[in-house]
Design a protein around this ligand. Sequence first.
Ligand code: NAD
Ligand code: IPM
Ligand code: MN
Length: 348
Amino acid sequence: SRVVKLAVIPGDGIGPEVVAEAEKVLDVVTADSDVTFEKTRFSLGAARFLDTGDTLTDDDLAAIKAHDAIILGAVGGTPGDPRLKDANIERGLLLKLRFTLDHYVNLRPSKLYSGAPGPLSEPGEVDFVVVREGTEGPYVGNGGAIRAGTPHEIANETSVNTAYGVERVVRYAFELAERRRQKLTLVHKTNVLVHSGGMWQRIVNEVAQEHPDVVVDYLHVDAATIFMVTNPSRFDVIVTDNLFGDILTDLAGAVTGGIGLAASGNINPDGTFPSMFEPVHGSAPDIAGQQKADPTAAILSVALLLDHLGLREEAGRVTSAVEADIADRSGSRTTTAVGDAIIARLQA
Ligand code: NAD
Ligand code: IPM
Ligand code: MN
């Protein structure tokens, strides 16, 4: 039978709470399949830093690399916590994983399930995927401050966009659009960010020549936020840079039933490194430890993991169970109760 080595990083705050439910679902849905998941648990995040002073050691990284895939809950403490000033959890842990493991596709699907508590009165059919570039843009840390702390301080954060990096993610987005509804929207800010925006637009136009079936659209990112609220059904595949994609996908989550439902995959399509699956949301310190978090985003991230591993049937069963659960929700339930309800549907 096939063995999949899975690294599990529960992380901080609600991370361990939602990952516990995701693991239960994974165990149940693969119980009768010929795939065995060999799990290794990694203690990483703000809690580990406060304990040991380590964020992500070379040994951690080497050990994680030796796995086939990764599940992550969420990492990070309360924004502004002075004890974490030097921890650099987001850059030193989460982004370091995404960059080192070359997760150049940050795949963030948004689907409005029937019965989901969206804020829109007439949303229509909402089912789109944001293909967020994952290794470049303003996230790379290319910058610095001079005359720091003075009134003359200059703080730069340069967005890095390489033709190589843009082309590979654009190609992925077109291929995904081919398999979906053949529509691709580039979101950028080409009216102002003329250098990087111009290159993104040129590369999209060039790759479009190879995909005559795909209808290509363009929106400035500010206008894209309007349409995401007023007409989200216009979107099929959105391709965009790292920062625009971050912001748009929190909005997309809010529009399609809440951030507690939004799943993501940090994909290395080449298969050189393990891909990493995680909810879009963070560690939610405001509700941590209270069994209030919705584990659905983590559970749907398991569906993305299964799909990535080629276990389509299992992925479909998880998605269907979630869909049925969402259709039938009422009142508030604990994190564990949501996980158990989804598992009950899987076993029915
Ligand atoms: P957040 O996503 O943690 O929380 C934003 C709001 O959404 C909060 O009110 C929270 O209670 C709510 N929320 C989030 N997930 C929920 C769920 N599953 N069910 C119900 N409600 C949910 O964003 P934040 O407050 O900006 O960040 C908190 C910490 O998490 C920060 O340290 C941040 O850097 C980190 N973070 C980590 C990741 C990650 O690990 N992938 C992602 C985003 C933020
Ligand atoms: C996300 C998060 C991260 C990001 C942070 C925590 C580095 O907001 O996964 O969306 O900006 O990518
Ligand atoms: Mn984000």
